[in-house]
Design a protein around this ligand. Structure first.
Ligand code: SF4
Length: 208
């Protein structure tokens, strides 16, 4: 298969349980909940996206014909030794393109494979760390993983219902934009102790 990659860069993971970890971010192009075009946002299933996942024109972006070719880029971008190699595969929606050959190729280069998904597509086998971030009004089929990240507030989502899903870590993260989002996220974490506050540290410190 050909992989369409928006960008691939080295940074620190800014969110969630692994915040602060050195990681290669591999961002696939495309999402199944929004076209990525502003003129379509009001009609999209997901309307609060803060990410540009359209096209293949970002740093190290492009179309890759093989898993090995793409894994080579990830390894080059890591530009470090064999210790604690971590790649975070995101999008867009990575499950549209991620497949076992790519996971195998990354494992073969010593990477732990973390994935950030909206959960509307089933996860492929072999992922080392799966973060699912549900969006209101969508059918989430992937109800197990390592980390459930709830962007908050979202009308139409009941956090109590999500507590029945199979995730050891429940994180609530303020939505980027609404004025009351931080307060709402803090209030949820205070009311329901299984939820922990996650902040987008990369935005605070000015990382990509
Ligand atoms: S599901 Fe994720 S990538 Fe897709 S539009 Fe929503 S926030 Fe953006």
């Amino acid at each position: 298969m050909t992989y369409a990659v928006k960008e691939c860069f080295l940074t620190l993971q800014g969110e969630g349980v692994q915040a602060g970890s050195r990681a290669v971010f591999l961002r696939f192009a495309g999402c199944n909940l929004w076209s990525g075009r502003e003129q379509d946002r009001a009609q999209a299933q997901c309307r609060f996206c803060d990410t540009d996942f359209v096209g293949t024109d970002g740093i190290n972006g492009g179309k890759f014909r093989t898993a090995a070719a793409l894994a080579d880029v990830v390894e080059d971008v890591w530009a470090g030794g064999p210790d604690r190699r971590l790649v975070v595969i995101t999008g867009g929606e990575p499950m549209l393109q991620l497949d076992p050959p790519l996971i195998d190729a990354l494992h073969g280069r010593g990477f732990r494979v973390a994935v950030e998904s909206n959960g509307t597509l089933s996860a492929v086998a072999g992922i080392d760390w799966l973060c699912v971030s549900p969006k209101a009004g969508t059918k989430v089929v992937q109800r197990s993983g390592d980390e459930l990240k709830l962007v908050w507030p979202q009308a139409g989502i009941d956090p109590q219902a999500l507590e029945g899903w199979d995730f050891p870590h429940l994180l609530v993260q303020p939505m980027d934009g609404p004025e009351n989002a931080v307060e709402a996220a803090i209030a949820l974490a205070m009311e329901r102790p299984r939820w922990r506050l996650s902040l987008q540290a990369h935005k605070v410190v000015g990382l990509a």
